[in-house]
Design a protein around this ligand. Structure first.
Ligand code: PLP
Length: 377
């Protein structure tokens, strides 16, 4: 298989920043368990605490409220299961890391509908909260991994809190791409993942908006103030901290990607006016485009682009490999056949205008070829 040299799949995982690779290698080369009291242990602890401060700064939290985990999936699970027997209410477009534990953990979990742009239905939320027989935990992502659609999280939090609910926000796709402030959003818990912002895979955090009791899922040695046991992944944590600091400093660059992304969408729609940009009517991340190619299935598109050396994704990366329509597009009411033609293109700090030109060229070739084949059939 050819090695992709145009990488337009930042939402699946972003390339590790060179500074992060340097940090991870440097920290790994040293011995030290962050729980040990001797010199090497204290040095490891220092690395962990410096990273905790950097991750906290990325989302405006207190460092003591950052709990390091193995990534976004574990953070989402901990948030949903660690807040103690609440009625779970989650948006229909959430990532599987939220949907699966909600459905597994609460037989009466409420799946909140979204509108045609993928934005949560606030009236349905109000209704569900008013009808609930016990305090709820509302889980809603800040930005969707497939469409980039941004939810009105601060409004959702205000509504939920008025009903005594807690609010969890999966900010895995937002942190490092748009400004994220846990206090301004008013959420109680927030998930982050390092590999979406230039850090290592397999490290993330659950961040608390205030001092909130959380029941540990993983118990043992009592690390992370008893909230997540297991020897800290010092090198991964240090890499996460470095990536968080770089992401915070690079937010303006991310904002500028919208120009590149919007230009690309305009050109694709110029080639095929029926091509639809999903969620385009809502506020979106600046780097993400989920777009249909009329008549061409998303898996065929992904393979064709791969052969041309361009990496994109059909729906969410976690469900790639299976040919079914994205649950996100289905929840938005997109007809099945059209949803099957949607792909996700996600840009990042390494993306260039020349790469987008090449992407558009391959897109046009494939679209015209499929049209000719349809005519000949
Ligand atoms: N939440 C969202 C919105 C995601 O996009 C992802 C990853 O694709 C996750 C959670 C899971 O994060 P991780 O890969 O760190 O487990």
């Amino acid at each position: 298989m050819s090695e992709p040299h145009i990488y337009l799949d930042y939402n699946a995982t972003a390339p590790a920043r060179p500074e992060v690779i340097e940090t991870v290698a440097r920290v790994m080369a040293r011995v030290g368990n962050a729980s040990s009291v001797h010199g090497p242990g204290r040095a490891a602890r220092q690395d962990v605490e410096a990273a905790r401060a950097a991750v906290a700064a990325l989302v405006g939290a207190e460092p003591r409220n950052v709990i390091f985990t193995s990534g976004g999936t574990e953070s989402d699970n901990l948030a949903l299961k660690g807040t103690g027997g609440r009625r779970l209410m989650v948006a229909a477009t959430e990532h599987g890391a939220v949907l699966a534990p909600a459905l597994l953990h609460d037989a009466q979990a409420v799946i909140l509908p979204v509108d045609g742009e993928g934005v949560i239905d606030l009236a349905a939320l109000e209704q569900a909260l008013a009808a609930s027989d016990r305090p709820a935990l509302v889980a809603v992502m800040l930005a969707n991994n497939e469409t980039g659609v941004i939810q009105p999280v601060a409004r959702i939090a205000a509504i939920a809190h008025a009903h005594g609910a807690l609010v969890h926000c999966d900010a895995v796709q937002s942190a490092g791409k748009i400004p994220v402030d846990i206090e301004a959003l008013g959420v109680d818990l927030m998930s982050l993942s390092a590999h979406k912002l230039g850090g290592p895979q397999g490290i993330g955090a659950l961040v608390l908006g205030h001092d909130l009791e959380i029941h540990a899922e993983i118990v043992g040695g009592g690390q992370e103030m008893g909230r997540r046991s297991g020897t800290e992944n010092v090198a991964g944590i240090a890499g996460f901290g470095r990536a968080a600091a770089l992401a915070l400093a690079g937010l303006d660059g991310y904002r500028a990607l919208a120009t590149l992304r919007d230009g690309m969408e305009r050109r694709l729609r110029g080639i095929a006016p029926q091509a639809r940009v999903f969620g385009a009517g809502a506020e979106r991340l600046p780097n993400t485009s989920c777009i249909s190619m009329p008549g061409v299935r998303s898996d065929v598109q992904v393979m064709t682009f791969d052969l041309a050396g361009i990496a994109i994704s059909a729906g969410s990366a976690c469900s790639s490999g299976k040919v079914s329509a994205s649950h996100v597009l289905e929840a938005m009411g997109i007809p099945h056949d059209e949803a099957m033609t949607g792909v996700r293109v996600s840009l990042g700090w390494g993306s260039t205008a020349a790469e987008i030109d090449r992407f558009v060229e391959v897109w046009e070739e494939l679209y015209r070829r499929s049209g000719r084949q349809a005519d000949a059939a």
